[in-house]
Design a protein around this ligand. Structure first.
Ligand code: UDP
Length: 436
């Protein structure tokens, strides 16, 4: 295990320097900035740690890259640790992830005892984490509450939908979860029964000042992408339908391609010549990514209008720009804890066709910020793709609403604010208003 202040981290990812909360003033307003400062005032020099399983790739790492600097800027000692494990450990925890989300996967006793628990133990052989509050993210390091080495208040933060988790794995994790002082879920309906400690609700969020999420004009977006267009031989004048996510079975990229292929058969659409761009990466804690990418390429089957891209260069700048210039964004996962990509696209003012499940439902408000569909209903996906492609006014209206909806609900400043309220509660300073 190592942390963001170690040389190893700095060499690979650079430094997470403190960010001044006043930088968000123009986006969230002075009143909100003052409220966050007030909440942080009694937490000066307190220690707040995070533990997860990757510094790179996926939504958790994305958020921590902003949460840690903002907390530091507010005068809190904030540190981020990531556990390390073998390929086998990540393969097992990926199966945990899948089985919690309802897929049928197998484990052996050795997987659980020798690999999962041993990895949680080994990471703490030379490490003790002493903090006023430590947030442990997701199942990978969950058992470290018992097998690790901590001092201080401990919270388990679950980013996935556990509502239909397999009983065996849930019963395996429950004693660990119940050892924490409490847990956080993105929404009430994700909580499977059996948790005996307080449960808090905090939605994930995006950083509006990050390279990816800073708001840009369409022209700036197109200009940023000039190298991208030539590298992938893409004609930027053609309307873009965009999807961005890890290559993962639950992200359902296969149905996006099938829907697009069907959409192209429509006479009106044929004249518009849209293209589908699917951008994906593979998180270091996700061993199935490359295999899934090959499968998706096979589904695309060399269709000249479908671009399936992996680990693009200048990732953050290009993703933000693509989200700005795309006519619409599609995210039709079959399971989704939240779906930060949806927030990111909405924040760039691009309407989203999203599946009617999990955290996507919190963000895609039917007819207001986009359209909700059943993730397997190709007919309705195609219908909304067509409707949005040919209706510029509707796109503009939904895009405007989308930006305001994200501003109200899903910016990183709101996330930090809720964590501060929780920390004050855990330290006996005052009470949270978001218990569920
Ligand atoms: N992402 C990225 N490049 C890619 C694919 C995804 O930067 O090629 C980012 C994406 O912009 C988002 C995060 O990875 O910030 C994925 O978070 P999300 O909550 O959507 O899904 P998760 O991977 O956590 O299931």
């Amino acid at each position: 295990m190592y942390d963001n202040q170690s040389e190893k981290y700095k060499k690979q990812y650079g430094e997470l320097k403190p960010i001044d909360i006043h930088k968000y003033m123009l986006i969230i307003g002075a009143k909100e900035v003052e409220e966050i400062k007030r909440l942080a005032s009694l937490l000066q020099d307190k220690t707040w740690c995070h533990v997860n399983s990757t510094f790179d790739g996926g939504g958790v790492a994305e958020m921590l890259k902003s949460v840690v600097p903002i907390a530091k800027g507010l005068g809190i000692k904030c540190k981020w640790f990531s556990i390390e494990g073998s390929e086998n450990f990540y393969s097992i925890t990926k199966r945990f992830h899948n089985i919690i989300q309802g897929l049928d996967q197998q484990f052996t006793i050795e997987d659980l005892l020798e690999t999962y628990l041993e990895t949680n133990k080994k990471n703490f052989i030379n490490q003790r984490i002493v903090a006023d509050m430590t947030i442990v993210h997701d199942p990978q390091p969950c058992a470290s509450i018992v097998h690790g080495n901590y001092e201080g208040k401990m919270i388990w933060r679950c980013h996935i939908d556990t509502s239909e988790a397999n009983e065996m794995i849930w019963n395996f994790l429950l004693p660990y979860i119940n050892n924490y002082d409490g847990s956080i879920f993105s929404q009430r309906s994700f909580v499977k029964k059996g948790i005996k400690k307080p449960v808090y609700q905090i939605a994930p969020a995006i950083d509006p000042l990050s390279v990816k999420n800073r708001q840009r004009s369409e022209k700036e977006g197109y200009d940023t992408l000039s190298g991208f267009w030539s590298k992938y031989k893409i004609d930027p004048d053609r309307p873009i339908i965009l999807a961005v996510s890890r290559y993962d079975v639950h992200k359902n990229q296969e149905t996006i391609i099938q829907s697009f292929k069907k959409l192209k058969k429509d006479k009106i659409i044929r004249d518009l010549k849209p293209i589908l761009i699917i951008v994906g990466n593979s998180a270091t804690d996700d061993p199935e990514g490359i295999e899934m990418y090959r499968k998706i390429q096979a589904v695309a089957d060399n269709d000249p209008d479908v671009y399936t891209l992996l680990n693009i260069e200048n990732n953050d700048e290009c993703i933000g720009a693509l989200m700005k210039v795309a006519k619409l964004f599609v995210h039709i996962s079959t399971k989704e804890g939240f779906g930060l990509v949806v927030t990111e696209a909405l924040w760039q003012g691009t309407p989203v066709i999203g599946s009617d499940i999990g955290g996507i439902k919190l963000q895609v408000i039917n007819g207001k910020t986009g359209y909700l569909v059943n993730p397997h209903n190709i007919h309705s996906i195609v219908t909304f793709m067509k409707y949005l492609l040919i209706n510029a006014d509707e796109r503009e209206k939904l895009g405007y609403n989308a930006v305001e909806y994200v501003r109200e609900n899903f910016l990183i400043t709101t996330l930090v604010k809720k964590y501060l309220i929780l920390m004050r509660f855990l330290l006996g300073i005052d009470y949270p208003y978001f218990t569920i």
